[in-house]
Design a protein around this ligand. Structure first.
Ligand code: FAD
Length: 502
């Protein structure tokens, strides 16, 4: 018994209710919301997850269960007030990495990865075999289960789709006994069940879980697509002083990339600089005064960031092709370049993390906002948000990402929600401040502006304040999402921190 909830007696040794465990499970990267669970489970096997969920399912007063990966959520999504938080990373505490590589050249390579594994470990393990995942996130110290519950986007998304589109198969512990439901067993006989699913087998569960915000089950294994890895990356930044030209060139590159299957550039993002003192470490000290003066002069500097991975075999041809391609763009004449290893490139945000940690600026509140914006609204969004809110109201120190992707690289059967246009942009407002309410209000103003301007944005990794807002978010997908919830987690046990059904 913990805080008035009855927990499975056979998990006693692995369930912690001490102050340290509760505190660690009550907070996340956002540092905005605090919600205390009654207990924290440190599982040592998938069987423990089945027991925990099954016990709740069969209880007259079910408790909620939240899988917690690295808690890199920002609004309590991996929390469970008075329920049980599962420290997923404890599944690999016994030293086993739970990453197994399989397949062959003819049929394609894959990796079977525990849902609790971090992407950095996936990178290191696959590179040992000369292979790599095809779609990444910018930051790699998050779990496979955590990012697949959202989508997993980055500069490869326009080419390969989000991470959820590069999954062959999943093992999932659902919120009900999947098989006994099929066999019509009584509810008392049911238990959280481990189900293997793919596009071919148990497809409804597969599609539900990918982008499913943890609502349908806990991912304990994902089989993901791998491809041969290159060893080095040429990493570029091209500067623009005008948004129209910048976004046209971004769209041009994603179209070129699509036609050439990413042969030349395999990553494309974009970012804004509005504060001459906030330039990041990509730019060399000798280049900074010139770039800072552009920001002072134009207010916003639009930076197209792209990259091309190569190896000894392709070293020379890559330069020639890039030269041709960049000649067709309308950026300012200077192109800023870095030549780095493949790992340095993919793990680039970690270098910033170390600097921020040193300055005590990593564990501060993060009032983040991530949006998907349909292409038809991106110019109004630029004027209304970047110019009239960020620049005019002096939110110039924000790190703002903005880049386009294609709808046809997403699978509409999956739970993730994106705008209803072939090209849409993502914009991330990545603030960090103890004064988080000011930024939260700014985010509300951005959403109000979009609403008034009729720009049909969708939140990514975003919270909503009410069920109505969630229904609005899912739009035509709501009924399917709700039906799937009733099928796979009818007692609303899982991921209560998303506040969709709880
Ligand atoms: P958690 O925060 O622990 O959990 C998130 C949700 O998933 C919760 O609802 C939880 O219950 C559920 N969940 C966790 N594990 C499982 C599981 N095994 N099975 C089922 N449900 C589970 N996102 C991008 O797409 N691209 C980026 O480039 C990117 N960069 C980021 C950089 C930083 C510094 C941060 C803080 C976040 C970033 N994100 C990015 C957002 C990130 O993808 C999500 O917040 C993701 O959920 C974090 O993974 P996590 O392991 O910390 O999940």
């Amino acid at each position: 018994m913990a805080n008035n909830i009855t927990l499975p007696p056979n998990l006693q040794d692995k369930i912690h209710t001490d102050a340290d465990a509760i505190k660690a499970a009550s907070t996340d990267y956002g540092h905005i919301i605090t919600q205390k669970p009654a207990a924290v489970l440190f599982p040592s096997s998938v069987e423990d997850l089945k027991t925990l969920i099954g016990f709740s399912f069969n209880s007259s007063v079910p408790y909620t269960v939240a899988a917690k990966g690295r808690a890199h959520s920002v609004h309590g999504e991996a929390m469970a007030t008075n329920g049980v938080v599962v420290e997923m990373t404890s599944l690999s505490k016994n030293g086993s990495k739970r990453i197994v590589i399989g397949g062959d050249k003819a049929s394609g390579f894959y990796a079977d990865i525990g849902g609790e594994q971090q992407w950095i470990d996936v990178l290191n393990a696959t590179l040992q075999k000369g292979l790599t995942a095809v779609s990444w996130t910018d930051y790699l110290y998050m779990t496979v289960g955590g990012t697949l519950s959202n989508a997993g986007i980055s500069g490869q998304t326009h080419l390969k789709g989000p991470q959820i589109n590069n999954v062959y198969e999943l093992d999932v512990v659902t919120g009900t006994d999947f098989y006994s439901c099929v066999l019509r067993m009584s509810s008392m006989q049911r238990k959280g069940e481990l189900v293997t699913c793919s596009k071919q087998v148990n497809s409804e569960l597969f599609y539900a879980v990918l982008g499913g915000l943890g609502q349908f089950g806990i991912i304990t294994r994902a089989r993901i697509v791998l491809e041969p890895a290159k060893t080095k990356v040429k990493w570029f930044r091209l500067l623009y002083t005008d948004f129209d030209t910048f976004s046209k060139d971004q769209e041009k590159l994603i179209a070129v990339n699509e036609r050439g299957s990413g042969e030349i550039l395999n990553y494309l993002e974009g970012l804004l600089f509005m504060d001459p003192n906030s330039l990041d470490s990509f730019f060399l000290p000798e280049d900074r005064p010139r770039i800072a003066s552009l920001i002072k002069r134009y207010g916003i500097l639009y930076v197209l960031e792209t990259a091309s991975s190569y190896d000894d075999r392709t070293k020379h041809s890559v330069d020639k092709k890039l030269h041709q391609l960049f000649k067709s763009l309308s950026s300012l004449p200077n192109i800023y370049t870095r030549d780095v290893t493949y790992v340095e490139f993919l793990n680039r945000v970690h270098a910033d993390e170390l600097v921020l940690r040193k300055k005590g600026l990593w564990d501060v509140p993060h009032p983040w906002l991530h949006l998907f914006i349909p292409k038809s609204g991106i110019h109004a969004f630029h004027n209304g948000v970047f110019k009239n809110i960020l620049l005019k109201k002096n939110f110039t120190t924000s790190l703002v990402l903005v880049y386009p992707m294609n709808r046809n690289k997403w699978d509409d059967n999956m739970s993730a929600v994106i705008p209803d246009e072939e090209i849409f942009y993502t914009a991330g407002f990545l603030d960090a401040s103890w004064n988080w309410k000011v930024f939260d209000n700014k985010n509300k103003e951005i959403l109000e502006f979009c609403d008034k301007a009729g720009i049909k944005v969708k939140k990514y990794v975003g919270y909503h304040d009410s069920k109505e807002e969630w229904i609005n978010h899912f739009g035509s997908k709501w009924k399917t999402f709700q039906d799937r919830k009733n099928q796979f987690d009818p007692k609303k046990i899982l991921s209560p921190g998303q506040k969709i059904f709880n």
